[in-house]
Design a protein around this ligand. Structure first.
Ligand SMILES: NC(=O)C1=CN([C@@H]2O[C@H](COP(=O)(O)OP(=O)(O)OC[C@H]3O[C@@H](n4cnc5c(N)ncnc54)[C@H](OP(=O)(O)O)[C@@H]3O)[C@@H](O)[C@H]2O)C=CC1
Ligand SMILES: CC(=O)N[C@@H](CCC(=O)OP(=O)(O)O)C(=O)O
Length: 349
């Protein structure tokens, strides 16, 4: 184990944290040295998560920045909104590297954060320090950074599906509609009546229409790429499945572009990036085709009749949408190959 980077996971009893454990167990340069819980410190992690028996044998540690500094070099905070805002500054002041999976540091404008998340914003200096880790787009900023704000699950699928076309000026920036669907693990492990089995099974429902906290995150990145204000209509739906996000994106095209034009544009933009796979014409991605993996698969349908492009983008919300991208960010921070420890083939069927 000597020579490995030591990692602690706060929120290790949540879905994002447990997925970090699964993925980091296979990472050749990282050792998990602390799994942390605010409510079950002292208990063996296998007790609550029998699937980890024989995989990771550790007792849960309490939330203590000084102890984390003793035990770890990097901390993944897979904690609810509002918790990271208070905890992460302590970790940074202790000299730890941090990858935060929550939404607390993604919006550069603290006022916008308070408006959408309904929590007090973190101090401005930490918002400035946080590097928004959408690896395939802003990866150069991640290299050597000490503090990464990992993108949200829906924004990851949406932005990877939109950015090459927005950057090229191929779509009308006031015409974007994102129809997004998520599996139930996206809501986390906490009890919530909206994600109860009887509410979700054999059901399909829209939620947070025009009020979703990922809207400003998507618009912030698209506005930067476009160099002009971009707004999106964004509707989220809950699908009766465990993992997976599909975003179906509609936008008016600025010219007479074909599917093949889009395929070539996107393949060129993502050239050399292993985790974005652009489909051939007529083969649209499905969530199962990325499940358990760090891939984002993208497909297109151009409609000359309406002048609109339809872009389908799928990810596993817990991998590319959370833990996988967090590890990809760590790899880039450390100057390692970005695919290190992430070579998972999707679980199919
Ligand atoms: N699920 C997903 O697909 C995605 C989630 N995210 C974000 O990642 C973060 C984690 O999500 P997820 O794992 O799904 O959520 P969960 O609700 O499954 O887990 C969150 C964990 O945080 C811990 N926690 C709660 N309060 C505190 C506290 N005060 N201090 C320290 N730890 C605390 C809890 O564990 P304990 O009680 O043991 O401390 C809990 O298990 C959230 O911000 C979420 O929005 C981002 C992208 C995708
Ligand atoms: C299915 C489901 O409920 N998904 C959650 C995703 C939450 C999340 O990941 O929140 P942050 O990225 O803001 O931390 C939602 O739509 O709110």
């Amino acid at each position: 184990m000597e020579g490995k980077l030591r990692a602690a996971i706060v929120g290790s009893t949540g879905y994002g944290g447990v997925e970090l454990i699964r993925l980091l167990q296979g990472h050749p340069k990282v050792e998990i040295t602390s799994v942390i819980s605010s409510s079950s410190a002292g208990a063996p992690i296998e007790e609550g998560f029998p699937h980890l028996t024989g995989v990771l044998s550790r007792n849960l540690d309490g939330v203590d920045a000084a102890e984390m500094k003793e035990r770890a070099d990097v901390v993944f905070t897979a904690t609810p909104a509002g918790v990271s805002a208070k905890l992460v500054p302590q970790l940074l002041e202790a000299g730890l590297k941090v990858v935060d999976l929550s939404g607390d540091f993604r919006l550069k404008d603290g006022g916008e954060y308070e408006r959408w998340y309904k929590h007090p914003a973190p101090q401005e200096s930490y918002l400035e320090q946080a590097v928004y880790g959408l690896c395939e787009v802003f990866g150069e900023r991640v290299a050597g950074a000490e503090f990464i704000s990992n993108p949200g699950c829906y924004p990851t699928a949406t932005l990877l599906g939109l950015i090459p076309a927005v950057k090229a000026g191929w779509i009308k920036s006031d015409s974007i509609i994102v129809d997004a669907k998520s599996g139930v693990s996206g809501a986390g492990r906490g009890v919530n009546v909206g994600v109860h089995y009887a509410e979700v099974n054999e059901n399909f429902k829209a939620y947070k229409i025009n009020k979703h906290q990922h809207i400003p995150e998507i618009e912030q990145a698209l506005t930067e790429i476009a160099g002009e204000a971009v707004t999106v209509t964004f509707t989220t739906h809950l699908v009766p499945m465990t993992r997976g996000i599909m975003t179906t994106i509609y936008a008016g095209m600025t010219g007479d572009y074909s599917e093949q034009d889009f395929i070539e544009l996107y393949r060129s933009y993502y050239e050399g990036r292993s985790f974005v796979r652009v489909r051939n014409a007529g083969i649209w991605p499905a969530t199962k085709e990325v499940s358990g993996s760090n891939y984002c698969d993208i497909g297109f349908a151009a409609d000359a009749r309406t002048g609109r492009i339809t872009i389908i983008s799928v990810i596993d919300n817990l991998v590319k949408g959370a833990a996988g991208q967090a590890i990809q960010n760590l790899n880039l921070m450390m100057g390692w190959e970005e695919t290190l420890g992430l070579g998972y083939t999707p679980v199919y069927p």
